[in-house]
Design a protein around this ligand. Structure first.
Ligand SMILES: [Zn+2]
Length: 212
């Protein structure tokens, strides 16, 4: 019986792979972009919690681990489809916040990426948490790509670097981004949301840099 089941499962997997030729980059299982269980292997043992001024930041993984490879894959190699299942794994890792909207940090105007990885992660969080996404925020000016931005420059980042439409007014929100480096982008973005009348209840990132 078990062996029959196993065969049926293998057959189903081969069939799925034929229809949808992708496989999990971790375990190689066909028809999975990445299994949520595999995504979780990159996470720290416990939620990483930082506080910058009044903003609480929750992260799932340390940046300088094998998650780094995964992040660069989905940021620069266009593995857009990886973000959503990773976001779903994040949602199961964190405690669900009591908020009305998830607000991804917008993609830089100058970015050469075709999609916003923070938004793609937010979609995964939204799938599990059933919280709507607020994706109307924008950068107000052209900024250099964050990867090349020096820490000192980040410190100078002002909350008026963002345009947050007023329809965020009165909402409880959680901010979403892929990586927390100095936390300054998250802090300024949260202040911009608050200036537009939102109540920021924390920020959620996939990874965080340990020292800065
Ligand atoms: Zn897998």
């Amino acid at each position: 019986m078990n062996s029959f089941k196993e065969h049926a499962k293998n057959f189903a997997e081969i069939f799925l792979h034929f229809l949808w030729p992708v496989s999990c980059p971790v375990c190689g299982r066909p028809a999975e972009i990445i299994c949520p269980e595999c995504a979780k292997k990159f996470f720290a043992d416990e939620i990483i919690n930082k506080k910058i001024e009044s903003l609480e930041i929750f992260s799932a993984a340390w940046y300088h681990t094998s998650i780094n490879k995964l992040i660069s894959d989905f940021k620069y190699s266009g593995y857009r489809a990886l973000c959503r299942p990773i976001g779903q794994a994040m949602a199961n890792f964190f405690e669900k916040p009591k908020v009305d909207r998830l607000v991804p940090v917008p993609l830089h105007l100058k970015s050469d990426r075709k999609y916003n990885q923070a938004l793609e992660l937010a979609k995964g969080l939204s799938d599990v948490w059933k919280i709507e996404i607020f994706d109307d925020a924008e950068w107000s000016r052209i900024m250099p790509r964050r990867a090349g931005l020096e820490a000192a420059e980040r410190m100078k980042l002002k909350s008026d670097s963002f345009i947050i439409p007023k329809n965020i007014h009165g909402l409880n929100v959680a901010i979403v981004d892929d990586v927390c480096t100095t936390g300054m982008t998250l802090l300024r973005f949260s202040q911009a949301c608050e200036t537009s009348g939102a109540y920021v209840r924390g920020a959620y990132t996939l990874a965080t840099v340990s020292e800065y």
